[in-house]
Design a protein around this ligand. Structure first.
Ligand SMILES: [Zn+2]
Length: 275
């Protein structure tokens, strides 16, 4: 039996990530990112506008990932993510089309769940969700991720039109192992931000470059973004993708996640009314 080509590795954010200019920085103990994320977005926004690829142009073209994954080696007309698979996905909340994207920069795999016909791409109800193995798969009550994901899928399905992006960047970008190390520090009394910083990471290492390009490839032009995090708004409003509304996505706090949610509100600026 012929050997199957291996699946791309599941990247959980532990490897090198593209910097603000789309380059993968040299390996080091900590990948420093601009804390407010705006510098990276500004550069990215220029790239989107000057590259000028259409909503569907090039989305299925095969540009091989080479060993040198610097963005400089990609043709200007090609976005840094490409769609590699698509199928129907019936779920408990409704039927979606699942689109799988692969980053040309770091090989990471990301997912878009699309409900209905996105039509002109305007005012699309959307969620940008970063992976959380403990919350999304094991329904951990340490965080609100799993419930937020379910709620977002339900709302999109109810509306009959929208997109849920699922980005594989675990633990606000620090990777699963480091996230669990942070949990261990939290058991000793640190909060989620202090724990990340004690491990040598910024409070939030996530990168939304792929998300912007995935939306563009799906033909989305403006979003009603389901998020309690105003930084996500700031990040994309400067670009070719407009955020026309922020739709709160708040779940009721539990005994186990109340402190976590309070930290997100107090230290990370999330708009949460229930804690
Ligand atoms: Zn979580």
């Amino acid at each position: 039996m012929p050997a199957r080509a291996p699946e791309p590795p599941w990247r959980d954010g532990t490897g090198p990530r593209p910097g603000p200019a789309g380059r993968i920085p040299a390996p080091g103990p900590v990948v420093q990112r601009d804390m407010n994320g705006l510098a990276g977005w500004a550069v990215q926004s220029q790239n989107i506008q000057t590259r000028g690829y259409g909503p569907h142009a090039g989305s299925l073209s095969e540009h091989p990932v080479t060993d040198d994954r610097s963005a400089d080696h990609l043709p200007d007309t090609e976005p840094p993510v490409k769609q590699v698979a698509e199928a129907s996905l019936p779920t408990a909340h409704g039927t979606f089309r699942i689109h799988v994207f692969e980053s040309r920069l770091d090989g990471a795999t990301h997912v878009a769940l699309v409900c209905g016909d996105l039509g002109d791409g305007e005012r699309v109800l959307a969620r940008v969700h970063s992976s959380c193995v403990t919350g999304d798969i094991f329904h951990s009550s340490r965080c609100d991720c799993g419930q937020q994901l379910e709620l977002a899928m339900r709302r999109v399905a109810q509306e009959g039109r929208g997109v849920v992006l699922y980005l594989f960047q675990e633990g606000r970008g620090i990777g699963l192992a480091n996230k669990i190390r942070a949990y261990a520090l939290q058991e000793q009394g640190r909060d989620t931000v202090e724990a990340n910083e004690q491990l040598g990471f910024d409070a939030d290492m996530r990168d939304y470059t792929s998300a912007v390009h995935m939306f563009r490839l799906l033909g989305v032009k403006s979003l009603r973004l389901m998020s309690n995090n105003p930084r996500k708004l700031e990040g994309v409003t400067d670009g070719a993708l407009a955020i026309v509304e922020r739709v709160p996505l708040e779940v009721s706090p539990s005994e186990n996640n109340r402190r976590y949610l309070k930290t997100k509100k107090d230290k990370l600026g999330h708009k949460l009314s229930k804690v």
